[in-house]
Design a protein around this ligand. Structure first.
Ligand code: PEP
Ligand code: MG
Length: 566
């Protein structure tokens, strides 16, 4: 079995056969033409045909996918009529005597280059549309017919990239999922896939090749994993997951708009974890009360260099605005270990998980840290922002962080830039050290968020990257549960709140225990918000101590420490 990881765009568990589709290479050569006027006519004739084709597609797809999404063809039409695009093409043909197809390709690459540098993520993603429509135009200039996309039933379409017009043309009865080497979650193809309910994973990179053609596979489009020639165990797990996801879907319809309240009236916040601006849609869809963890490092991983202040400011601001006053907890840069951008040249490490990662990189590279903090504070006036610092192991570290924050605020004051004075400061509890010092840490911060993924790794000495160790990582391991309880008690002793944002937060067999401990917030992936809500609504906390005893989180002899015997 081969297991490939990409970026999940639209969920689903799909069993099928892989079909690697390769678009016919469009060969465009630079040629000088003898009669530029004639060449201009040839281009204009091709452009008219391309426009007619787009009009027809628009009319057809309005019925299939609705006006909002069919509008993509109108956007393409407008591009073909865009003055500066047309001028570029005409200039190449008339002044440089270039052949029409080359003139179009040149103009398209210039426009795509300009868009690619735009500040706005949405505008940047439009480069794919320029390429798509230019390819259509060139096809008409070269007088070629459209390449057919014929697939057998149950095909998982694999390709380098898929264009919006190709996505729309997919026969959903045959193509059950799409996996691409490249592409972004913000592209129109991705937007269309979500609308058309086509499970999709993008950005597999070079690991997805033609060699997969004809192989059996399971696309877990929730986690972004493609299992090629899956083994029996994986097939069983995926069948279970498919069933589970089906059930979750039903819940989605019934539980939206309800409160997260136990049978005896205790209310708890259920927030969602996200990796980027595009994920806010799922937060809304699943009716989460806020964003409990925005893993900001994905901003860094998606770029060719450290993202600048403006790009970060724009992203944080948009997320805060979209959340409309609901809490948004942004975790500062947590790269290193398994999350390494190419541009971060770091020394080889024997044990990367124990190495130069996360807040340590921020201390080593203060200018990068300050850039992020400036962007965050500038954005803070657009909503309810909280900032979460990862991998803290010592109160000294959070004191140092707070000094840097003060510096950044002073700088903004001097520049007359406004920021909110209500930004909460919190830390991840994800190392045994943070648990053991949770009393001291609680004095320094407004809240804790337990990162169980790393806490399990460090407390149980289990490399979270090594799938062979999964069987040792029991969700009910008492060491971890008692650590969570300890951090919870420390937070509350100092009047601070505490949440869980690691994967264990969504473990429904532990929800009751978390509530009995007094956890104030659970932040889970968007699709898990409603199942957690359902679970909360089925729990009674009238016997909190009984629950803690039952899970072994407190021992019977410890009961003397509790109020009931005093
Ligand atoms: C965690 O460690 O539990 C956590 C939420 O952070 P990450 O998984 O990004 O390390
Ligand atoms: Mg972590």
């Amino acid at each position: 079995m081969e297991k490939l990881k990409g970026r999940a765009v639209m969920g689903g568990i799909i069993f099928g056969k892989l079909v690697f589709y390769q678009r016919d290479e469009q060969v465009v050569k630079k040629r000088k033409v003898g009669n530029p006027q004639l060449e201009l006519q040839r281009y204009e004739y091709a452009r008219d045909r391309a426009i007619n084709e787009l009009d027809a597609l628009y009319e057809r797809e309005i019925k299939n996918i609705g006006k909002d999404h069919a509008d993509i063809f109108m956007i393409h039409r407008m591009l073909l009529e865009d003055e500066s695009f047309v001028e570029k093409i005409e200039k190449s043909i008339l002044e440089d005597e270039c052949c029409a197809d080359y003139a179009v390709q040149l103009a398209a690459s210039q426009v795509a280059g300009e868009l690619g540098h735009a500040e706005d993520e949405y505008i940047r993603a439009r480069t794919a549309d320029v390429k798509d429509v230019s390819r259509r135009l060139i096809r008409h200039i070269q007088n070629k017919s459209e390449q057919e996309m014929n697939f057998e039933k149950n095909s998982i379409l694999c390709c380098f990239d898929i264009e919006p017009s190709e996505t729309v043309a997919l026969d959903k009865h045959k193509v059950t999922a799409v996996c691409t080497c490249y592409g972004s979650a913000n592209s129109h193809s991705a937007i269309l896939a979500r609308t058309m309910n086509i499970p999709m994973i993008v950005a597999f990179g070079k690991q997805l090749t033609e060699e997969c053609n004809g192989k059996r596979a399971i696309a877990d489009c929730y986690s972004g994993t493609l299992y090629i020639e899956p083994d029996k165990d994986t097939i069983r797990k995926m069948l279970e997951k498919r069933e589970e996801e089906g059930r979750k879907h039903e819940l989605l319809k019934r539980l939206r708009g309800r409160r997260n309240i136990t049978l005896d009236g205790t209310e708890i916040q259920v927030y969602a974890n996200i990796s980027g601006l595009m994920d806010v849609k799922y937060v809304e869809e699943n009716d989460a009360g806020g964003i409990g963890l925005f893993r900001s490092e994905f901003l860094y991983l998606q770029n060719d260099d450290f993202p600048d202040e403006e790009l970060q400011f724009y992203t944080y601001r948009r997320i805060l605005e979209k959340m409309n006053g609901k809490k948004v907890i942004v975790r500062t840069l947590d790269i290193g270990a398994d999350k390494n951008p190419d541009y971060l040249s770091s020394d080889m490490e024997e044990n990367p998980a124990l190495g130069m990662r996360s807040i340590r990189i921020c201390f080593e590279k203060p200018e990068i840290f300050r850039t992020q903090l400036r962007a965050l504070y500038r954005a803070s006036v657009y909503g309810s922002l909280a900032i979460l610092f990862p991998m803290i192991i010592d109160p000294e570290e959070i004191i140092a962080v707070k000094a840097i924050i003060q510096d950044v605020k002073d700088e903004l004051d001097a520049e007359g830039v406004p920021y909110s004075d209500k930004v909460e400061i919190g830390i991840m509890i994800e190392t045994p050290a943070a648990v053991m010092l949770s009393d001291e840490l609680a004095r320094e911060v407004d809240f804790f968020s337990v990162g169980t993924n790393d806490l399990e790794q460090y407390a149980l000495a289990l490399d979270r990257q090594d799938s062979r160790l999964e069987k040792y990582c029991k969700p009910h391991h008492l060491a971890v549960l008692r650590m969570i309880k300890m951090a919870c008690d420390s937070a509350h002793r100092y009047g601070k709140w505490i949440g869980i944002c690691g994967e264990l937060g969504a473990e429904l067999s532990l929800t009751e225990l978390y509530l009995a401990m007094g956890i104030d917030e659970l932040s889970v992936s968007p699709s898990q918000v409603l199942p957690v809500r359902k679970k909360i609504r089925s729990i009674s906390l009238t016997d909190r101590l009984g629950i803690l005893l039952r899970y072994g989180v407190i021992r019977p002899d410890e009961l003397y420490d509790y109020d009931m015997f005093r």
